[in-house]
Design a protein around this ligand. Structure first.
Ligand code: TYD
Ligand code: MG
Length: 451
């Protein structure tokens, strides 16, 4: 990019354009494009230029340093088995969801395991951070605190201190004096993150960068940083719910889609080591419209309750409201039910929800979704001790999904006694469950609802 050329950047997705537009062509956000000063310097090369090493030599270099464990098992799991030295990690999430709380607890845990930790807050005064630490019962944890927003000063401190882990809370408050833009702008966020990631690699300091998700406006969101870091974690949850889910959406050092589950309490975040039990804890008496899905999140099985409500619609175009699932998937399943099984939802409002604030993305949830919908429509409850899973194809056939055995084992562990699943699934050594294999949605509907 030539230095004089004006540059316009979308604050939502960081796409850059030659000219301004009201709507971002890349992500579709309105009013998100702003003019930005071009980057003054490109990425600097690390180490001697152009040196090449045969791949085989890399393998014979010493074994990778061990990962540091925090002792917070949910966090270690999401990181892919602990913190990788010199890695750069982004933790994104809505403001107020609990990122600072999580990371202060993480810093204390890592510090207690002997990792030198520096927590730098650009948002709160040190008295405020200390108050939070007291509330969390961490006032005596050996964590170094800093309140600073000048990245140059922060990097100088990090260079002198050489901690094992530095936490930067948040990237939107940081600024570099070489960039002529306000903190939080795309160019500042990008340049600051770039410096931090470079520093992490060069100096062997693991860095966790906090980024607030911004709906719209002048502040650049964590997406600007996503491609620069090794690991991207999002902290999610409904504000009214106490459950929080830390989800890996990208991880160079572990499974993506891994989740860690926490509960926000008066004394900070408590780990939930058995999420299935938690998500199913408040299940009401058997009621029409509820189906338990045996899912896989990352490397572990998680059972969730899928709830549907179907009611006559007063509207010309009935409502389709979905929370925690993909709405496109709902439309597909409704279409398959109508076309292949002959059960229409025309004139009916449909509400679909995953209990506990979970978000389910697996196609394996199809069968449980269809079951919840049918159960709500026919007003017939699904047996309380049954789990369901399976992908529905457009022909209405049920397709086996991965990790059948793990799903069934988790269900058996939680006291379920039967499972509806695609015919041809390989249950392996899963025992103690009555398996009801079904070839297609019509067979399922006939067997479960006599329709
Ligand atoms: P915070 O970590 O400040 O959120 P973020 O850094 O993502 O903006 O969390 C703020 C919320 O968490 C606030 O609404 C209060 C609540 N909270 C608790 O419920 N218990 C606690 O122990 C703490 C420290 C915060
Ligand atoms: Mg915060």
């Amino acid at each position: 990019m030539s230095k004089s050329a004006p540059s316009f950047t979308c604050t939502a997705c960081a796409a850059s354009f030659r000219k301004w537009a009201g709507r971002c062509e890349n992500c579709g956000a309105w009013n998100s494009i702003i003019e930005e000063a071009p980057l003054s310097s490109g990425p600097k090369a690390i180490g001697p230029r152009g040196r090449q090493i045969p791949l085989s030599d890399l393998a014979t270099e010493e074994a990778p340093p061990p990962r540091a464990k925090s002792g917070m098992s949910e966090l270690d799991l999401v990181l892919g088995g602990g913190l990788v030295p010199a890695s750069a990690i982004l933790v994104g999430g809505d403001p107020g969801i609990g990122k600072s709380t999580l990371l202060l607890q993480a810093a204390a845990s890592f510090a207690r395991q002997g990792v030198k930790c520096l927590y730098i807050s650009g948002e709160e005064a040190s008295a405020q951070v200390r108050m939070r630490a007291q509330r969390l019962g961490l006032a005596d944890a050996p964590v170094q605190l800093g309140t600073e927003t000048s990245l140059r000063d922060i990097l100088t401190t990090l260079d002198a201190e050489r901690p094992g882990l530095a936490i930067i809370d948040s990237i939107q408050t940081m600024w570099l004096d070489t960039v002529e833009a306000a903190p939080g702008s795309v160019s500042q966020v990008r340049a600051a993150a770039h410096e931090l990631v470079n520093f992490a690699k060069r100096r062997g300091v693991a860095i966790i960068i906090v980024g607030h998700v911004t709906k719209e406006g002048q502040i650049a969101g964590p997406r600007v940083v996503e491609h620069m870091v090794d690991t991207v974690l999002y902290f999610e949850g409904e504000r009214g719910h106490q459950f929080r889910i830390l989800r890996a959406v990208k991880n160079r050092f572990g499974a993506s889609d891994e989740i860690g589950v926490f509960e926000m309490t008066g004394q900070g975040l408590a780990e939930v080591t058995n999420p299935s039990a938690l998500f199913l804890a408040n299940r009401d008496a058997p009621a029409p419209g509820s189906a338990v899905f045996a899912g896989i999140e990352g490397t572990r099985p998680v059972l969730t309750e899928i709830q549907a409500l179907v009611a006559p619609s007063p509207l010309g175009t009935p409502r389709r409201t979905v929370v925690g699932l993909d709405s496109g998937r709902l439309s597909t399943i409704l279409a398959v039910l109508e076309a292949r099984v002959g059960i229409p939802f025309t004139g009916l409002d449909v509400f679909l929800n995953v209990a506990g604030g979970m978000r389910v993305t697996e196609p394996a949830a199809d069968l449980a979704v269809a079951a919840a919908l049918l159960s709500a429509r026919e007003d017939v409850a699904i047996p309380r001790d049954m789990v369901l899973f399976g992908e529905i194809s457009l022909s209405g056939a049920l397709r086996p999904v991965s990790q059948t055995e793990n799903r069934l084992k988790e269900a058996a562990k939680l006291g379920f006694t039967q499972a509806a699943l695609p015919k041809g699934s390989k249950p392996g050594a899963a025992i103690g469950l009555n398996l009801r294999g079904m070839a297609d949605l019509a067979a399922f509907t006939g067997e479960m609802f006599g329709a």
